[in-house]
Design a protein around this ligand. Structure first.
Ligand SMILES: CSCCC(=O)C(=O)COP(=O)(O)O
Ligand SMILES: [Mg+2]
Length: 241
């Protein structure tokens, strides 16, 4: 069955929705884990690194934590897949450099890129809202197996510039930043708490349930659901293209 929406913009979650959690956990996480120590010791004066270090100290209530202790906290968050903002900032720095060097190529499920191209061609604006940092998102879309997909995307949002993904206020912030009425926005995500927050902000939302993903068994509650993007038909009756 195809779900049908008439909206102006689609906002995409990455992990579990456009892309496999397994790829993130098995490829990207080890890549960052093995590089935290060097980043924390050799580049602690970089403004983004030093801000993330301060945020780790605050979140762990350890104002004097040294690089070894900070690294331990980062690795513990990695082990539990906790989407802590400073972890995501530091991963974003490491990954974007890895993508730029050609060490990494991102992953998209087979149904995703054709759908993104079709929606873009139909005049829809596409945005990303992920716990992964904006730097990581940019690299992810730039270095895809199908080449540079970044031109398809009109804006990138993360927990720094929009706020936590399970809070309706974050979705209100994104709607305002994109200049789009909430009722003209469609959010695609694998996590029920994120879908709840988007709907509470007046958005449409579809739960993407892919076999093998962490939330597949649990389901997406009462939200509309799709197993792949080709089950979602989107038009934009207000589009001028
Ligand atoms: C390019 S972001 C890499 C994935 C990641 O680290 C992450 O936290 C994604 O979380 P999401 O909110 O997209 O489920
Ligand atoms: Mg997700």
């Amino acid at each position: 069955m195809t779900l049908r929406y008439d909206v102006d913009a689609v906002v995409l979650d990455i992990e579990g929705t456009t892309s496999a959690t397994g790829f993130v956990v098995d490829v990207l996480y080890p890549y960052s884990r093995s590089r935290f120590a060097a980043l924390l010791t050799e580049r602690a004066d970089d403004p983004a690194v030093s801000r993330a270090i301060a945020q780790v100290r605050e979140l762990t209530d350890t104002p004097d934590a040294d690089a070894v202790q900070i690294e331990k906290s980062l690795n513990a968050w990695l082990d539990e897949d906790r989407k802590a903002t400073p972890l995501k900032t530091l991963q974003g720095i490491i990954w974007s450099e890895g993508f730029a060097r050609g060490d990494l190529v991102s992953h998209f499920y087979d149904d995703v890129v054709p759908a993104l191209r079709a929606w873009h061609t139909a005049g829809l604006r596409l945005y990303v809202y992920s716990s992964g940092s904006v730097a990581a998102q940019r690299a992810w879309f730039t270095s895809s197996p199908e080449g540079d997909l970044l031109p398809l995307v009109s804006g990138l949002y993360d927990t720094e510039n929009a706020g936590p993904k399970q809070e309706p206020e974050s979705y209100r912030r994104i709607a305002a930043a994109t200049g789009t009425e909430p009722s003209r926005l469609l959010f695609l995500s694998d996590r029920p708490g994120e879908l709840d927050a988007a709907v509470a902000a007046g958005w449409h939302a579809v739960g993407v349930r892919r076999p093998g993903e962490p939330y597949f068994e649990q389901g997406v509650g009462d939200h509309a659901q799709a197993g792949a993007f080709d089950e979602i038909g989107i038009t934009s009756s207000r589009s001028t293209t």
